[in-house]
Design a binder for this molecule. Structure first.
Ligand SMILES: Nc1ncnc2c1ncn2[C@@H]1O[C@H](COP(=O)(O)OP(=O)(O)OP(=O)(O)O)[C@@H](O)[C@H]1O
Length: 312
């Protein structure tokens, strides 16, 4: 992993941050720097420390050690000055208000706010301005939360799994809205479990595991780092247990006559499958999912085994 060199005031600066809950170390010496205008995906398995890190950024929790700065200030101070806003998964909306009333009401709370019509347009809410919030779908309510977060014109927008539970179309509408706003140069950090979302919508992907950053870079670089690949073969009556036991195989599943496996060492596994088993019609693809599995899996620290067929 390469660390970015400081180039000026960062929107997010986390240095050696630790947070413990009793016996559990949720964040374990995490370093992260995000500059203005970057759209960063925060990826990691369950319990990796993503939500805890977001709580630290929003001033909702304090680190046990290390420093957390948002736009050069302590997080609570940055929140008070409208420099950071968040779209969280639930709560915070009044069901009997209409969409437009909600945006106007929240705008009136800020000393200066971006024009209501503008944020409604950006968030794709204009066509449903008169709809009661209680009648809005989950995706529409999430776009409303997004509109509210834009009102103070924050320098940092934090989204904690913003499209959880949405169908494909609603996810698409949500990201279209985020993209519409992206040119304004604010930094966006979003936590997601949808790997395709990170790949499609982030400039940079930060992978966390057990409270530390294990990979950081553009999606293409993350894929290369992990050298994760998906191999699909036609193989009726596959010997799955034997395949799973091969060094470098992260997972292997049968789907009808096909077998799908994730590996960090696709050349070696492909050669083995074609030379020593009845598998045929082999396809290899690089996916973010396989990269992610390789980086966050139990044995990810182990480098790929040397290929015996390549030894002299
Ligand atoms: N308030 C708390 N009290 C006790 N343990 C906590 C608390 N908050 C988080 N943890 C623990 O800290 C670890 C990190 O949790 P966190 O919610 O930050 O992970 P996450 O990456 O957001 O996971 P997920 O993707 O499941 O939301 C987990 O083991 C979790 O159980």
């Amino acid at each position: 992993m390469t660390q970015r060199q400081p180039t000026g005031p960062a929107v997010i600066e986390l240095v050696g941050v630790r947070k413990q809950f009793g016996e559990v170390t949720a964040v374990n010496g995490l370093n992260l720097r995000v500059e203005a205008g970057e759209v960063v995906a925060f990826l990691g398995p369950n319990g990796a420390g993503k939500s805890t890190t977001i709580d630290l950024l929003l001033g909702l929790a304090r680190p046990d050690s290390g420093t957390v700065r948002v736009c050069g200030r302590p997080p609570a101070d940055a929140v008070r000055h409208g420099l950071v806003a968040a779209v969280l998964q639930s709560g915070g909306l009044l069901r009997d208000f209409t969409v437009a009333e909600t945006v106007r009401y929240v705008a009136s709370v800020y000393p200066t706010a971006r024009p209501v019509d503008q944020v409604m347009e950006v968030a794709g809410l204009t066509p449903i301005a008169g709809r009661r919030v209680g009648k809005c779908s989950g995706g529409e309510q999430q776009r409303l939360r997004f509109a509210l977060a834009l009102l103070p014109e924050p320098q940092l927008l934090v989204l904690d799994e913003p499209t959880a539970g949405m169908d494909v179309e609603a996810r698409q509408d949500f990201w279209t809205a985020v993209r519409r706003d992206a040119e304004r140069g604010r930094a966006v950090l979003f936590a997601t479990h949808y790997l395709d979302e990170a790949d499609a919508h982030a400039d940079r992907i930060v992978v966390v595991r057990e409270g530390v950053v294990v990979a950081d870079g553009p999606a293409a670089k993350i894929k290369n780092l992990a050298t994760g690949r998906r191999i699909r073969v036609l193989w009726p009556e596959a010997e799955l247990a034997a395949v799973r036991a091969l060094p470098g195989v992260d997972s292997a599943e049968a789907y009808g006559d096909s077998v799908l496996l994730h590996t960090r060492d696709s050349d070696r596994i492909a050669r083995h499958l074609l030379n020593h088993t009845l598998a045929r019609d082999l396809e290899i693809t690089a996916t973010l999912e396989s990269a992610f599995m390789a980086l966050t899996g139990r044995d990810s620290a182990r480098p790929p085994e040397p290929d015996p067929e390549e030894r002299g």
